[in-house]
Design a protein around this ligand. Structure first.
Ligand SMILES: C[S@@+](CC[C@H](N)C(=O)[O-])C[C@H]1O[C@@H](n2cnc3c(N)ncnc32)[C@H](O)[C@@H]1O
Length: 277
């Protein structure tokens, strides 16, 4: 039986397994997430897909024996924190980190992942069922910084489609960039004129319009990757007018980029009643 089948077979309502596990009983999400370690070559690919580096802080929610956090520290010098509900696995992880000399980079805590802090992590790794990913998704989108990477072994994020996906037999790896929240109306000023920009957003997919004089033009060539946003408007001239910006706290400013409009700034003036989650 493959790890995936073993995992699937173990998705049992928590009420049934609570007495066996000793951990699930506190889990209000009604699923028991068993301990199934990620194969080492999948750990390698997860870290590569997340483009982890020494400046990252990796958070592994449901960290098992600590292998993902330890690999990130050993191979990339990245700091990491594993959050694991089973205290025996937490002790084993600490021992594993100590044995390979990365205990100064790798921290392990016995905690329920659903209440664990995630705002300081720049990379989040998961191997915890789609239902759990969906429970975590609103917090990932609101608490993690735009541009942070999320990598999941096997399980998707539902409607939030992955930015990268790889398959190895029946194993899947998904990777997402946390998108900035850009939906709403913006006032864009280029030093000479002011334009009204309206952006609609579904995770990293964006569209919208820009009002230029009495014309309302659709945004073209749109792209949102983390805090980096691109869009263009076509005025019927030889080339569309291209904006490449960076978003931070409701302000959009240009990223230096050949062929793109320099010297503009946009301010978000209204946000949707409900942000993406
Ligand atoms: C499939 S294993 C993944 C282990 C490790 N991340 C890896 O990929 O090798 C899932 C882990 O989540 C832990 N877990 C289950 N429910 C949890 C919860 N509510 N909070 C924290 N950890 C939990 C399990 O004990 C198990 O070790």
């Amino acid at each position: 039986m493959t790890a995936l089948r073993l995992f699937s077979a173990a998705i049992i309502p928590v009420t049934i397994v609570a007495s066996m596990s000793g951990y699930g009983i506190e889990n209000r999400y009604n699923v028991f997430i068993p301990y199934v370690p990620t194969p080492e070559f999948i750990v390698d690919r997860m870290l590569e897909m997340a483009e982890i580096g020494k400046d990252d802080l990796l958070l592994d929610l449901g960290s098992g024996d600590g292998r993902i956090v330890i690999a990130a520290a050993q191979r990339y010098g990245a700091r990491g924190r594993g959050v694991e509900i089973d205290p025996k696995l937490v002790e084993e992880s600490k021992e594993n980190a100590r044995k390979v000399g990365v205990d100064h980079l790798a921290e392990f805590v016995a905690q329920d992942m659903f209440v664990a802090k995630m705002a300081d992590a720049s990379v989040l790794s998961l191997y915890v069922l789609t239902a759990s990913n969906l429970e975590l998704r609103p917090r990932i989108l609101s608490e993690m910084k735009p541009g942070s990477r999320v990598v999941s072994h096997q399980f998707s994020m539902g409607a939030w489609i992955a930015d990268k996906q790889e398959s190895y037999g029946d194993i899947q790896i998904y990777m997402w960039y946390v998108p900035a929240r850009v939906a709403g109306t913006w006032r864009l000023d280029d030093g000479k004129r002011t334009y009204m920009l309206t952006i609609e957003q579904s995770y990293q997919d964006i569209g919208g319009t820009m009002k230029i004089g009495d014309r309302t033009l659709p945004l073209r060539l749109t792209k949102l990757r983390g805090a980096e946003i691109d869009f263009a408007v076509d005025l019927g001239e030889e080339r569309p007018i291209v904006y490449r910006g960076r978003v931070s706290d409701g302000i959009m400013e240009p990223r230096p980029s050949p062929g793109a409009v320099p010297g503009w700034r946009a301010v978000r003036i209204t946000a949707p009643v409900q942000e993406i989650k």
